[in-house]
Write a protein that binds this ligand. Sequence first.
Ligand code: GLN
Length: 283
Amino acid sequence: MTPNRSIREALTEASSFLAGLGVLEPQHNARLLLEHVLGLEGAAFFAAMADPFPASGMVRWQDAIRRKAAGEPAQYIMGWQEFYGRPFQVTPAVLIPRPETELLVEAVLRRGDQLWPDGAPRAADIGTGSGVIAVTLAAERPNWQLTAVDISSAALAVAAKNAAAAGTAVDFREGDLLSPLAGLEVDILVSNPPYIPAGEIAGLQPEVRDHEPRTALDGGPDGLAPYRIMMAQLQLLAAPPRLVGFELGQGQARDVADMLAATGFYDEIEIVPDLAGIERHVV
Ligand code: GLN
């Protein structure tokens, strides 16, 4: 970068550099990363735009732009993503939390309040990744007891940090889907499992395909393997959970609703669209 540039000039220079490489949303990404490097946000950031770029931030800034130019998601570079109003640490060991998943949390909270108005249900989050679902449920409903499962110990380490940072107690267990929950009483089962059909992974945006963990994306030949396995594993639990909330991909809602109905345990099955109108959750 040219010496003695202002913050504004550094931003413009990086934005056009990223745009020239075909990076998605170059201005937005450059601004996010610059706010992160400078430790300034919003009004404070704009107030500083005419100031000289601080020499102390130069190495981190160039490193951030280099990583972004290589296609890395800004959240991994910054190390965090906001979810339901709280910051969550993210590393390449975990899926970056998506805003659609906030609607799954909201749906589960609403129905959980109806079913257990004064009780303390036990909820299990399967494939917790960064822990966003389990930690948010625990933070929003301190009476609920949260268990969270992931097959990846590296993901569980991130999730445990997020639980501690939010001041929540979550019982983390390592294993495949419901297997670490054998014999447990679970009232609420919630999961945003990997649901991309294996054959479609190659066609994902490179930012997702090349940087997010494959175990967080790959749902087997038709994308529905995790749901099918969870249905079969319901018998491991002490009793079928009364409330189930799943996130899924476009075109999968009907199949997953049918699987839930076929267990014979669920009669009020609702398909909830996301804000783009895509059938995204089955509750
Ligand atoms: N439960 C985590 C989330 O919703 C991780 C999901 C996943 O890795 N498939 O973000």
